[in-house]
Write a protein that binds this ligand. Sequence first.
Ligand SMILES: Nc1nc2c(ncn2[C@@H]2O[C@H](COP(=O)(O)OP(=O)(O)OP(=O)(O)O)[C@@H](O)[C@H]2O)c(=O)[nH]1
Ligand SMILES: [Mg+2]
Length: 302
Amino acid sequence: MSDETIHRSGFVNIIGKPNVGKSTLMNALVGERMSIITNKPQTTRHRIIGLLSGTDFQIVFSDTPGIIDNPSYGMQRAMNRFVHDTFEDGDIMLFVVDVHEKYGDDDPIFRQLKKIKAPLFLLINKIDSTDAAKIKEVRDEMEARLEFAEVHEISALHKTGTDELLKAILNRLPEGPEYYPKDQLTDRPERFFVSEIIREKILELYHQEIPYSSEVIIESFEETQTTRGENLTRIGAIIFVSRKTQKPIIIGKDGRSIKKLGTEARKSLEEWLECKVFLEIHVKVKEDWRDDERQLKWLGYN
Ligand SMILES: Nc1nc2c(ncn2[C@@H]2O[C@H](COP(=O)(O)OP(=O)(O)OP(=O)(O)O)[C@@H](O)[C@H]2O)c(=O)[nH]1
Ligand SMILES: [Mg+2]
């Protein structure tokens, strides 16, 4: 007889509509700043893995883009595909809803969720911003539409209910091996997160279509030292916009907007990389890149 404890592991996929708090939740569960978060919908564009490991378990969380009902260009279709891929490989699916959001009975999301075979958790998020009666109303409405393995009322922002959620996930995690080294936090390279942090600032500083037409590429990333011997990372980034008229908007009058963007992004990157950063940003036009198969592939939307 062996008294070895079993090792549990699995894929726990976070899905839902845009802006409901999926990325906030993933960061709260993993305990690291992985996914960017803004108050604008469609912030997350890729499947982003966050790893939480202990001696006898490993959870592979996936943050995903918000499901878009009527995708209008190739990039949005790719984003929806990233979400649907997670329907296939999840050991546990976390369906996040915003307590303030209304869902019609015929919302196509319910049809999609019905196909999921893995245990489906309903997470009613943002409970910090409402009262018990409203939470119950949402819970009753959702439970009338779909069968859930578990329902949790949470505030991802304030980490209310997230410890209980984590316990519930661990309880249902199947026996399995470690998929990644235990000290690893994600499967993406540092450059990916650098481009995301810059994109976060674009979402925060620009309005209307600009953030949605922009993509950030890291052209160079070099770890060096200052003349005083401090660590310094030199980063060269390119912002692609999809129309000629958008370039002057990104740059702003006398270059003021891009200067502000550069400063904000640099501060955030210095915090994240824990060293001094020298950031150079250029803007280029890639006409209609969001609908161009080749460009999309090159930009990682394949
Ligand atoms: N009051 C409150 N706000 C929250 C909570 N969780 C997230 N938010 C806010 O909701 C907004 C969207 O959060 P995200 O985590 O970016 O949402 P998301 O679902 O990842 O959004 P997309 O990536 O666009 O699909 C941000 O302004 C968050 O601060 C919560 O528990 N309470
Ligand atoms: Mg997100």
